[in-house]
Design a binder for this molecule. Sequence first.
Ligand SMILES: Cc1cc2nc3c(=O)[nH]c(=O)nc-3n(C[C@H](O)[C@H](O)[C@H](O)COP(=O)(O)OP(=O)(O)OC[C@H]3O[C@@H](n4cnc5c(N)ncnc54)[C@H](O)[C@@H]3O)c2cc1C
Length: 477
Amino acid sequence: MDAATRDIVIVGGGISGLTTAHRLKRTGADVCLLEANQTVGGCTRTERRDGFLLEKGPFNIMVRDPDFEALLVDLADEVSVVSASKSARIRFIYQRGALHAVPTNPIALATTKLLSPSARLRLVRGMVVSKRATDAEETIEQVASRRFGVEVTDTMISAVIAGIFSGDISKLSLAACFPPAATIDANYRSLLGFGLRKALGGKKTKRRWRGLVSLDGGLGALTSAMGDRLGDDLLTGHPAVAIRRVDGGFEVDTRNEHGEIDTIQSRRLVLGSPAPQTGELLLPLLPDAADLLNSIDSTSLVVLNLGFRRADVGHSIAGFGFLVPRVEPQFPLMGVLWADSIFPHHAPPDHRLIRVFIGGARDPEAIELSDDDLQTRALGALKGLLGLHGEPILVDVCRYRSAIPQYHCGHREKIERLHATVSGIPGLHLVGNYLEGVSVNDCVRLGTRVAEEIMKENVPALAVPAERRLVTSGVVG
Ligand SMILES: Cc1cc2nc3c(=O)[nH]c(=O)nc-3n(C[C@H](O)[C@H](O)[C@H](O)COP(=O)(O)OP(=O)(O)OC[C@H]3O[C@@H](n4cnc5c(N)ncnc54)[C@H](O)[C@@H]3O)c2cc1C
């Protein structure tokens, strides 16, 4: 096949599209990946500056999925995995002007000031026995309050969920966001009983890495390595601008570096762009699918990386960092990571790196603030709390208008309808973080599965006239 006719075209070079492309290419498939930006990675953005390693998007990954582990093993010559330090296990929650360690054992729970005595008792009771789940889809707030009471939900659960989905627990669906947790909730009145049964009966899976990991070049090293493996089959700076069906396949229009439109024919098409862009591309082909994709909400988010001289940070900042519960609306940050405490290689010796998250569902307007205002807001909130004496020597501000898709109640049903619509077109596939989980693990798992489905599927050959098996170019009108 020449450059104009490919077996599989993949749109979007974030971790989702890259995974599918990487897996397919390994089997010798004829695959071409189109990425709109000049570099791959999507929301995975890593930069080295002045000895700091700045992660602007995903920062760490919990290795819990065999597909992700297999990807790391496969790329072992190109990337080097770094485990988080032990102190990263200590996590804090901000409350009433102070940071409280999240209790992880009975003694810590008995003495924590994070919860009132009655809330602590309610938490323990919820672990031992709780009311059964109803058949209706419940929000995270509904399940957590039923199990652990309102105070634990407001203080601990709302903070933890902000750290993952930057979302609102009164809208997010437990079953859509955390399917295994919803299954446990539906089947076990006692979480303690479930835990004991699992510890005694469960088979231990052998894992090469445990806990949180990153790479010595940051997570951008992972997506870069995957892009490099694609070689000439990766076209960066090539947004897909239109897709059409042709006999036995697809035509994809992409805008090249000269602003001209190139057309590529393919037998299979994988869309790995975020939900809104995928909706735009599918509109002429599948308007119902486009409507479903456009109805998926997402939060906006700002990530600030602040580098300091060690002497200018009074607090030991030993631990993972802290999250802010929804009952602290006057505190203007969503969460803060102590980057070099988790991964020491993220800051040069004698320096500290603090990552601040602002915005999310609680503060959607924050994305409109200027860089100066965002910096002032972050430093104002952290000055007393972390004992900051001096100005940061490095400031980086990164905005995500559409950061994390929100799996609100009804999301699963929406995705089922989306799949039913898309499956009407043989050879068309979707991957991305709006489908089966937002974490990098989830994206890699889905991207791998879709590649495996493609390898097994039987779609007819592309019936493109010989004279059209060339790239057709024309300046965008
Ligand atoms: C700030 C932040 C922090 C996070 N932290 C973590 C974390 O620590 N751990 C974790 O596991 N997860 C984390 N996540 C979530 C996780 O990183 C994302 O869900 C995941 O990376 C999404 O990957 P994706 O490939 O589905 O989408 P994206 O990364 O959005 O990639 C989509 C790609 O499609 C391209 N594209 C769009 N339209 C077109 C088009 N028309 N033609 C061609 N290309 C197109 C885009 O340019 C982009 O490169 C974080 C997310 C954010 C935003």
